[in-house]
Design a protein. Structure first.
Length: 143
């Protein structure tokens, strides 16, 4: 059982590192150090994963970005007031941004990663255990 749990932990770590390296570091930095500014929605593509195109200004320079998933329930590009289109950006890199609060986005990234860490490694370990008798015997030696 110790070997099984050790392999599960190692597999879960690999899954977390593999999947989590895409959006989690960026959203974490935006959550911790992000600065807010007013943004303007410049385009909306409802048939392309609800992609929102937006622009914002930092130090008299205009930046733009695109984000899938809409803006907090926003379904059109008609609302351009700052109360609803807040952009978070990194002060050291103003080109790195997201429209809307990054904290719920970070939570939405972490939940599937945690579920993958729980279910993917045991699936492969149990499948290998049932297919390979030598692996089954090796797992039993640790108990």
């Amino acid at each position: 059982m110790k070997r099984f749990l050790s392999l599960w932990f190692a597999g879960a770590s690999l899954v977390a590192f593999g999947i989590g390296q895409f959006n989690v570091p960026l959203l974490y930095r935006l959550t911790r150090r992000g600065v807010t500014t007013c943004g303007t929605v410049t385009g909306f593509e409802p048939n392309n994963h609800r992609t929102v195109h937006y622009s914002y200004q930092v130090n008299d320079k205009t930046y733009s970005g695109a984000q899938e998933g809409g803006v907090g329930g926003e379904t059109s590009a008609s609302s351009n007031h700052c109360g609803r289109n807040v952009v978070f950006y990194l002060p050291e890199r103003p080109d790195v941004s997201c429209i809307g609060d990054p904290a719920p986005m970070l939570k939405n990234e972490i939940i599937p990663i945690a579920l993958a860490m729980l279910f993917i490694p045991p699936f492969f370990l149990l499948s290998a255990r049932s297919r390979y008798p030598a692996f089954r015997r090796w797992l039993r030696v640790g108990t």
